[in-house]
Ligand binder design. Structure first.
Ligand code: SF4
Length: 444
């Protein structure tokens, strides 16, 4: 039943994002839809008429954080009758069940249903509303509408979903099967970002290496080459790559396409072939290391990052030691490491989780301590070097210090006499920590 149409022009909205870059880009697109319809973006949920919560289900902890945040929203709702919408992966997984469990939520939308958002708010439905349908094709949201957080570096989604069914991962259930965006639309978006003065783009997808243009079948290497032609864009990055789909052809394109950064996030998850088999990752330790060698031979300056899961069900001490040894062998510039947490619907969650919370925690700390030591050594070796940095703003902790990232995607904080936000700057590195480099601009 409808209460009657509502004019979005008088309404303030707030979007809260949990999760990965894909979610951040989805939130930018949702904000774009609402602002195009006349809504005014707000930084404060307390002052907003509409609150959208974009959710992540990839780990148990992310879901726990979401439910605690929703608890706070329930309190706002008592004071101000805001419309509350929950979107994204948790919305897709639980659909109308969420509306029953959390009666203060007004609507729930899965990732393929964002185009409906302004219509739902505009029509002001009295009844609660859940839409979690899948479409077979990529769900195009006009890119002109995207409300981007940065005017220097932009996310460009190229595909969604995943066909891999790694045994621990909920993504294929929350995001559906792979759907690739037409290459023409991607290139048009990149061109329009270049026209607006963006310097860097990050191509996004759950498994970008399996990208194929739905009309022509052109693959990810061709997309990189085409993106490389865009005048104005100077750096191109992409995430996430799957080691099993990362081909020599893509590696060669990375070397030859001069705008593609020599930086790669290649999630290994475990250093043990037997654990990788149980994870259904589709490669062995040796195959992963072979790809690293090929990439390093082609681009000796390449920097790598990875994901690690500590305490996968049944992981023995010996298997865990293989994860530590792969960190030593590859010497990643950065890692994202997590304790294994069971996710509903997955194969791994049906297995008996025999490793205690304390033991998983011990393994995670050991991974992180070792990685910290490696990062300190790698960063120390950069002292005295001049690095090209794209300055994206000022340091949050010290507002007189500028901040950006180098080609290897490391955080570089530096002093500069001039305002260099949005510029490429050569920075002389003078000191370091485990997670950032520090120096002074030498050329502007
Ligand atoms: S490749 Fe595996 S870990 Fe990555 S999204 Fe797909 S199922 Fe999840």
């Amino acid at each position: 039943m409808e209460k009657g149409a509502r004019n979005l022009k008088s309404l303030k909205f707030y979007v809260h994002t949990f999760g990965c870059q894909m979610n951040k880009n989805d939130s930018e697109r949702i904000a774009g839809i609402l602002s195009t319809a006349g809504g005014k973006i707000s930084n404060s949920p307390e002052e907003s008429d509409i609150i959208i919560v974009n959710t992540c289900a990839v780990r148990e902890k992310a879901e726990e954080k979401l439910y605690s945040y929703l608890g706070r929203l329930a309190t706002f709702k008592k004071k101000k009758k805001s419309t509350i919408g929950v979107v994204g992966c948790v919305a897709q997984l639980y659909g109308s069940e969420l509306l029953e469990k959390k009666p203060f939520i007004d609507f729930v939308l899965g990732p393929d249903n964002y185009n409906q958002i302004s219509e739902i708010i505009h029509s002001n439905h009295e009844e609660k509303f859940a839409s979690t349908s899948w479409s077979q094709d990529y769900n195009e949201i006009p890119h002109e509408k995207t409300f981007r957080e940065s005017n220097i570096s932009a996310y460009v989604t190229i595909m969604e979903g995943c066909n891999n069914f790694c045994s621990y991962c909920i993504v294929p259930f929350a995001r559906g099967r792979e759907k690739c965006r037409p290459m023409q639309n991607i290139i048009e978006e990149i061109q329009s970002l270049a026209d607006k003065g963006y310097k860097e783009i990050q191509l996004l997808g759950q498994n970008v290496n399996s990208y194929k243009d739905p009309d022509t079948g052109k693959d990810f290497s061709i997309l990189l080459k085409e993106a490389n032609q865009t005048e104005g864009i100077e750096w191109i990055r992409f995430i996430t790559s799957h080691p099993k789909n990362f081909t020599k052809k893509i590696a060669t394109t990375m070397k030859e396409a001069e705008k593609v950064c020599h930086q790669l996030h290649l999630p290994v998850q475990s250093g043990s072939s037997s654990v990788l088999k149980r994870m259904n990752r589709g490669y062995t330790r040796e195959e992963y290391l072979e790809k690293i060698t090929i990439l390093r031979n082609l681009m000796p300056d390449i920097s790598f990052s990875t994901d690690i899961i500590a305490g996968f069900p049944g992981e023995t001490e010996e298997e865990f030691q293989e994860t530590l040894s792969i960190l030593e062998e590859v010497r990643f510039n950065n890692i994202f490491s997590f304790r294994y947490s069971p996710r509903p619907l997955t194969v791994a969650c049906q297995e008996k989780d025999t490793i205690s919370f304390e033991e998983k925690r011990r393994r995670l700390i050991e991974v992180q301590d070792l990685q910290k030591k490696i990062q300190l050594e790698l960063n120390k070796s950069l002292i005295g070097r001049d690095l090209k940095v794209l300055c994206t703003g000022k340091s949050k902790k010290a507002p007189h210090i500028y901040s950006g990232r180098n080609e290897g995607h490391q955080v570089v904080n530096f002093k500069s006499k001039n305002d260099v936000i949005g510029c490429f700057v050569d920075v002389h590195i003078a000191s370091y920590g485990p997670y950032s480099l520090h120096g002074e601009a030498i050329k502007q």
